[in-house]
Design a protein around this ligand. Structure first.
Ligand SMILES: [Fe+2]
Length: 252
């Protein structure tokens, strides 16, 4: 199974963001055969408007399931209505889907009106329940990484309360990996002994403090690089259960 993992599209009605998303989907569309699933780990819209989600729905068309979770720039009610065709409501957007025997648990780590992340008790109880429903491989996806990753301004708004997630994961060794975004850079680490793969930002790339511009405050534009080409991860789930993740940049 191959999973395309992209994140942080920040569609804002401008051609720049749309062209980047179109380039990534064009790359996926040009593969000899479609990937088995496309996972988008949040910040799909930049302002969370109905118009942004309407464009997202058009751009994210693909001949395999496209699985989404919200990020801190998304707005739950508009996300539900525009991307999921669900009645608008403000509760967490938690969705599970099984594809070829592999479970994808898409969790809502957002706190409405706040840039930081948190998995609500309701979401963790839901996650515990869906992971209890089988023993095949499972991916748990959300926007906010639950650990520091070395980008201080993003680390400051990471997912809090991670010990609660760790307790759920400890009960479910079937979890192959955690998939996240938010950082706008491809990165690989672990959380609670489980691989954590962070997809690069389609819209921009973040910088480490030691890199030129990496110490910029949010008021100065943040530690972000806008010239970096869009990118994504391609995760290969091997038959022996291992996961190999390939990083691809897409020329514009
Ligand atoms: Fe983002």
């Amino acid at each position: 199974m191959i999973i395309a993992h992209l994140s942080d599209l920040h569609l804002d009605g401008e051609a720049r963001a749309e062209d980047r998303v179109a380039a990534v989907l064009g790359y996926l569309g040009g593969l000899a055969e479609p990937v088995d699933a496309v996972v988008v780990t949040g910040d799909i819209a930049d302002h969370g408007t109905a118009a942004e989600y309407a464009r997202a729905a058009e751009l994210l068309k693909y001949p395999a399931p496209v699985l989404v979770c919200p990020g801190n720039h998304d707005v739950r009610a508009a996300f539900r209505a525009g991307l999921l065709d669900l009645p608008p409501s403000d509760g967490p957007i938690d969705l599970a889907q099984e594809i070829d025997g592999v479970l994808f648990a898409m969790c809502d780590s957002t706190i409405p009106g706040d840039g930081a992340g948190f998995l609500a008790d309701e979401t963790l109880a839901w996650l515990d329940g869906v992971l209890s429903g089988g023993d095949g491989p499972a991916f748990v996806a959300f926007h906010h990484p639950p650990v520091e990753v070395g980008v201080p301004l993003v680390d400051a708004i990471r997912q809090s309360g991670p010990e609660r997630l760790a307790a759920v994961l400890a009960r479910h060794p079937r979890v192959t990996a955690l998939l996240a975004g938010h950082v706008h850079t491809g990165a690989s680490t672990t959380f609670a002994g489980v691989p954590l793969r962070i997809a690069p930002g389609v819209v921009s790339g973040s910088l480490l403090p030691a890199e030129p511009g990496g110490d910029s405050a949010w008021a100065e534009g943040g530690p972000l690089e806008y010239d970096r080409p869009p990118a994504l991860l391609l995760h290969i789930l091997h038959n022996d259960g291992r996961l190999t993740s390939h990083h691809r940049t897409i020329p514009l």
